[in-house]
Design a binder for this molecule. Sequence first.
Ligand code: SF4
Ligand code: SF4
Length: 241
Amino acid sequence: MLKDSQLDLCGRVDFARTTPLLARDEAFSFACAGCGGCCRGREDIVLSGFDLWRIAGRLRLPPQTVARAFCRASIGQVSHLPVLRLAPVREERNNCPFLTENHCAIHDAEPLVCALYPLAQEISREGEVSYFLQPTGCGGRVIEAKVEDYLARYDVPAREKTDVRWAQTCMDLEDVVEPLDAALEPPLRRRMQAKLWQALYFKFDYEKEFLPQLEENLVWLGAELQKLTDYQQRRNTYRKK
Ligand code: SF4
Ligand code: SF4
C-alpha cells in the first residue's frame, strides 16, 4: 500500500518505475483471480481533472459535488499542486465508493488508473506517452494481451491528447507554484491553492468539452496568480518602509 506522501498529482509516485516501458505492439501477461481486490482498499486512485469531469458527466453532478462526495483532497508534497483521489468507504470493507456488487457503477467513465490496470502510463515533458506493467503480485488465470489491444478496450488512445495536455500543464505549474508556495504568506497560499482547485478540477461544465475549458481556466489562473504575487510584493515593500 502506498503512503500519502508517496502519492502526487496525475497518479505520479515519488519512487522510480521498476519495470521497462512497453512498445505498443508488445505482448505482456499478468495473473488475475478476478477477486475484485483492485477496487478495495485502494488509496492510490488519483483522478485528473479530466477523470473528474468524465465522472461528473456520468453522474450529471457538478465536479465539486462529486469530489466532495467520493474523493479525498490534499496538496501534493512534491508537486505542491492539488491531489484528488477516490476515497474508499470504510464502513463497506474499504470498497471504492463506485463499487456495487462487484461491478463498477461508473464503468463507462472509469478513471484512467482503473482503465489501465495493471498497466500504468508515463508521459514525458515532450509529450511522449508510454506504458509499463505494474507488478500485481496476484495469482490466478494468466491473461495475455498486446499493449495496443489492451488500451483499446477502454478507448484509452482517444484520451491521450487530453492526458498529455494535463500532464504537461501539471509539470509547468509545478515550476510556478513551488517558488510561489515559499514566497506567499499562509492566507495567500491558501487562496492560491483554492484557485488551483478551481482551475484544474472544479471550474468545469460537464456538458461542455474539457480541453477548451482547461485552456480558459489556465488563462484565468495565470492572471489570479499574478494578482497574488503582486499583492505579496506590495506587502513586502510596505513592511520594509
Ligand atoms: S488483479 Fe489481483 S486484486 Fe485485481 S482482481 Fe485480479 S486477482 Fe484480484
Ligand atoms: S472507479 Fe470503478 S474500476 Fe475504479 S476502483 Fe472504483 S469501482 Fe473499481
